[in-house]
Design a binder for this molecule. Structure first.
Ligand code: AP5
Length: 222
């Protein structure tokens, strides 16, 4: 495994823009994007044992039990591509038990990014969000409308994106956020997520480039 590979955790409230930024980050830095939510949604749609256990929690906007999520995420992190190219972990850890679990496995990120967005904007983003089931691309009816009528016709809404469920997801997020960020206090970078996606990415890009340079220098022979 390559030592200079970047290891990134991105966190933030529901709809703070994690998935949107991850698409840009993975593209630029070649990292393996590991989204706990995407992995779970894939398990649900293929009707696996994990999916069956996760489904009702997810559609209610509640957290899936740690023991269901943790082994799935650790397994993905342990695959060769993630070790080689580096990883970008999105939506995990989401509880202090999950954060402690990573620490115990000696899985330590270089940076812990937190996207900061006010509540009323988050609700709007969730209610307007649409997904393309064919490409996995994230859209928004107003902010990022689909490029063609063909894409528009196949877009789907997530069952947990109703106003009521978003409010409860936000509450759950707040209850957990502080406990997790204490684990990563020394590497935490808060970013204003209430800007255009390009502006948010510019900031993330400069932080990650800096870390990458530092790591490359550490690898140079003395
Ligand atoms: P998950 O899929 O992780 O959902 P989430 O954290 O609620 O995050 P979202 O996917 O809602 O938002 P996002 O931050 O990725 O925003 P996005 O880029 O899409 O988890 C879903 C469920 O799975 C959980 O509720 C739980 O049940 C379960 N789960 C997952 N992980 C778990 C774990 N570790 N433990 C237990 N259970 C777990 O953007 C949102 C919208 O805003 C889009 O429409 C987008 O186009 C738009 N947008 C994005 N950026 C901007 C911008 N800069 N300006 C304007 N609009 C923007």
């Amino acid at each position: 495994s390559t030592k200079e590979a970047l290891k990134v955790i991105i966190s933030g409230a529901p709809a703070s823009g994690k998935g949107t930024q991850c698409e840009l980050i993975a593209q630029k830095f070649g990292l393996v994007h590991i989204s706990a939510g995407d992995l779970l949604r894939a398990e649900v749609s293929s009707g696996t044992e994990i999916g069956i256990k996760a489904k009702e929690f997810m559609s209610a906007g509640r957290l899936v039990p740690d023991e269901v999520v943790t082994s799935m995420v650790i397994a993905r992190l342990s695959r060769e591509d993630a070790k080689e190219k580096g990883w970008l972990l999105d939506g995990y850890p989401r509880s202090s038990a999950q954060a402690q679990g990573l620490e115990k496995m000696k899985i330590k990120p270089d940076i812990y990014i937190v996207l900061d967005v006010p509540d009323e904007i988050l609700i709007n983003r969730c209610v307007g969000r649409r997904l393309d089931p064919m490409t996995g691309k994230i859209y928004h009816v107003k902010n990022f409308p689909p490029e063609t009528e063909e894409i528009k016709a196949r877009l789907v809404t997530r069952p947990d994106d109703t106003k009521e469920k978003v409010k409860s997801r936000l509450e759950i997020h707040k209850q957990n956020a502080e406990a997790i960020s204490s684990t990563y206090a020394s590497i935490m970078k808060k970013i204003d997520g209430n800007c255009s996606k390009e502006v948010v990415f510019k900031e993330i890009n400069s932080m990650l480039s800096q870390i990458q340079n530092t790591k490359a220098k550490e690898m140079e022979p003395v």
